[in-house]
Design a protein around this ligand. Structure first.
Ligand code: GZL
Ligand code: ZN
Length: 364
């Protein structure tokens, strides 16, 4: 169903970015690290914290269901599964939506084709969680020419921001810096020989976490990053890369895994090689995502530090769509706030020490 022209006019009146609390309000009150600051060029005015608004009510204005096309990255990780479920729950028929969901299976061509099909089908809105940052200008222009607002969700794109209505997701550079800052605090000047299992090549989550961690590593001349390879955010990829690292390096004492599933694979590989890890082992493991199983491993002391990236973001997208439906201005960017967690026995200014209560209080 085509959107009213008024909705599009409202979509162009974007405001400054907004730091939003993670959707995981079950998380305990925290001595959390400072909220990630929005990118400087976005903050025309002071940043305000915001909670996702109440469950989106059915669209009274237009009377019919709001059609939303969602081109999802794939099903590569537990994080992705939680993110997908969250979108399917938020964009339900009961909430007044007609969701067309495509799992692009980590294939750029499939994702681009899905977006073009959404344009053909004249969706009211298109949400894209871009597999890679590059290659989006043309199809975003096609969507804009067709008068369909596009929400870039979870990750970000390397495209002209005027080609899409909003971007929402976690601050990946801040996540990488949190990991580095925690490691610096934990090592307290000791040497580090670091191996990095990166996420999917070209993904903003990979690029941001790598950039952030390297920003901090540059401050530590006693650290050496021995190698960095992509594990594609999967458990199999993490295991494969760790197996090859073990063949090539014998003196490493830190493994940075850019998501939990890679960490599980790395642990399998180290187990098979008789290498110990975690708070009682020879190798420090840093992971990202803080999914339920990842935090269980952190609680068990197998993962030393786990930096959250909250997958429960769908309500932020629904809030944007509801505002557009009501002809209201929307924010150019919404940063979903993250926490970080460390194993019991570790105290940190950058992270929350895991307890069973913290784990039980998590919404995903
Ligand atoms: C992060 C998200 C990443 C997760 C991975 O926002 O894009 O993709 O860290 C997922 O688990 O594969
Ligand atoms: Zn140092």
């Amino acid at each position: 169903m085509k959107k009213k022209l008024a909705v599009l006019l409202a979509g162009t009146m974007v405001m400054a970015s907004l730091v939003a609390c993670g959707g995981n309000d079950a998380a305990p009150a925290t001595n959390d690290a400072p909220a990630a600051e929005p990118a400087a060029e976005d903050t025309a005015e002071p940043v305000a914290e915001a909670e996702p608004e109440a469950e989106a009510e059915a669209p009274a204005a237009s009377g019919g269901a709001i059609s939303v096309g969602f081109a999802q990255v794939g099903h590569e990780s537990d994080w992705r599964a939680a993110n997908t479920q969250n979108y399917q729950d938020a964009f339900s028929e009961a909430n007044g939506y007609e969701l067309s969901f495509v799992d692009a299976d980590n294939d750029n061509a499939v994702q681009l084709e899905a977006v073009r099909n959404f344009i053909q089908q004249e969706m009211d809105y298109i949400c894209i969680a871009p597999i890679e940052t590059a290659g989006w200008d043309t199809v975003l222009q096609e969507a804009q020419d067709a008068g369909i607002p596009v929400l870039i969700v979870d990750r970000s794109v390397d495209a002209d921001p005027s080609l899409y209505t909003t971007q929402l997701g976690c601050d990946m550079v801040a996540e990488g810096e949190t990991a580095g800052n925690w490691l610096g605090e934990y090592l307290d000047g000791a040497d580090a020989k670091i191996l990095v299992i990166e996420g999917s090549v070209g993904a903003s989550a990979t690029l941001g976490r790598t950039e952030g961690f390297n920003n901090i590593a540059a401050q530590h001349s006693e650290w050496e990053i021995l190698d960095s390879q992509s594990g594609d955010f999967t458990q199999a990829g993490g295991q494969e890369v760790m197996e090859s690292f073990i063949k090539s390096y014998s003196d490493f004492n830190v493994v940075v895994c850019q998501n939990d599933n890679e960490a599980y694979g790395a642990m399998d590989a180290m187990d098979a090689a008789g290498i110990t890890y975690g708070v009682d082992g020879d190798v420090i493991i840093i992971s990202f995502d803080a999914t339920h199983d990842g935090l269980q491993y952190t609680l068990d002391g197998k993962i030393n530090c786990n930096v959250e990236c909250n997958p429960l973001q769908a309500q932020f997208a629904a809030d944007v769509i509801q505002k557009l439906e009501a002809g209201q201005a929307v924010d150019a960017q919404t940063i979903v706030k993250d926490e970080a967690f460390v194993a019991p026995g570790i105290t940190s200014q950058y992270a929350i020490t895991m307890t069973q209560e913290v784990l039980d209080g998590r919404a995903y």
